[in-house]
Design a protein around this ligand. Structure first.
Ligand code: C2E
Ligand code: CA
Ligand code: CA
Ligand code: CA
Length: 279
């Protein structure tokens, strides 16, 4: 028994060492990766209900690592946050997303709304609104086709300052979305103090749709309340038809998830638009 415990300890220690190594390797490579632009954005379609046409997309970053291949944001965004590299990286994301919007436009695609995720450290950046304004101007993107996805916890860190910042964004003409809604502690009533336009219901609630009455009741009430507050509601993580049928019956306006498409590179997204981008 003693040797088993010892071995387990060993395995555990090695795993920790692996994690630490991965941490250091990725962290050290991150600065270089930014300089060498080893990042790509993928785009996941947002689908309008009930007609199921593409009305938007969410930009999701990937690190195209020369040795390790595609690395998901969950593995390096936290590192970028810790090191402060999220500031240049976040700017790159906004810039790339705006350029992409213009490229699709020039290629003749009907305009869609593109959203970008912000991280908390990025949101605290003092000149964030100015930076976004500059990029919108430089790229010529009509701000009504640009959306920022924020989380409740980001807003709650300093509510008063957040409200001011959000008003700054609203003056630019873009829209603001609350991501992962339902995972924080704030009520919709409280959130209405913030000038937001869209509510994105977290995929944990969508996953259980049709499987758990209490969960269904929560989603139904959230959609109804959002609708009565004139907020657009989108459900993320939609993976099957049952979920779509239920969301339709609740009058949820938009859905996003693997049922329709996984996040696609810009070329594949354009092909997707060719097929599904009807009015
Ligand atoms: P998120 O903003 O909640 O993004 C949704 C995540 O769910 C994405 O993972 C997406 O690929 C995944 N997803 C989409 N549809 C489905 C589905 O039907 N089922 C399931 N199980 N998952 C689905 P991804 O791309 O790995 O991104 C993970 C997180 O990384 C994002 O969560 C976001 O918080 C962060 N992130 C991604 N790109 C950026 C970025 O440019 N900047 C910042 N700050 N964070 C980013
Ligand atoms: Ca998001
Ligand atoms: Ca989300
Ligand atoms: Ca999330």
């Amino acid at each position: 028994a003693k040797s088993t415990a010892h071995n387990m300890y060993f395995v555990y220690e090695n795993k920790m060492a692996d994690n630490i190594n991965a941490h250091l390797t990725l962290g050290g490579g991150l600065r270089k990766a930014i300089e060498e632009e080893q990042f790509v954005l993928h785009y996941q379609p947002k689908i309008r209900l009930p007609d199921e046409s593409v009305v938007g997309a969410e930009a999701l970053i990937r690190w195209s690592h020369p040795e390790l291949g595609m690395i998901s944001p969950d593995q390096f965004i936290p590192l970028a946050e810790e090191s402060g590299l999220i500031i240049p990286l976040g700017e790159w994301v906004i810039c790339r997303a705006c350029r992409q919007l213009q490229e699709w436009r020039e290629a003749g695609y009907r305009p869609i709304k593109l959203s970008v995720n912000l991280s908390s450290r990025q949101f605290m950046q003092a000149d964030l609104v100015d930076m976004v304004q500059r990029i919108l101007e430089e790229t010529g993107v009509d701000p009504k086709y640009f959306e920022l996805e924020l989380t409740e916890s980001m807003l709650m860190a300093d509510a008063q300052q957040s409200i001011e910042k959000l008003h700054g964004f609203r003056k630019l003409g873009l829209t603001l979305s609350i991501d992962d809604f339902g995972t924080g502690y704030s009520s919709l009533a409280y959130l209405k103090k913030f000038p937001i336009q869209t509510l994105k219901i977290d995929r944990s609630f969508i996953h259980d749709l049709g499987l758990d009455c209490d969960n269904d009741a929560i989603v139904k009430a959230t959609v109804a309340m959002a609708n009565s507050l004139n907020l657009k509601v989108i459900a993320e993580g939609v993976e099957n038809r049952t979920q779509v049928d239920i969301l339709n019956s609740y009058k949820c306006q938009e859905v996003q998830g693997y049922l329709f498409s996984k996040p696609l590179n810009s070329v594949d997204f354009a092909l997707y638009m060719d097929i599904h981008g009807f009015y």
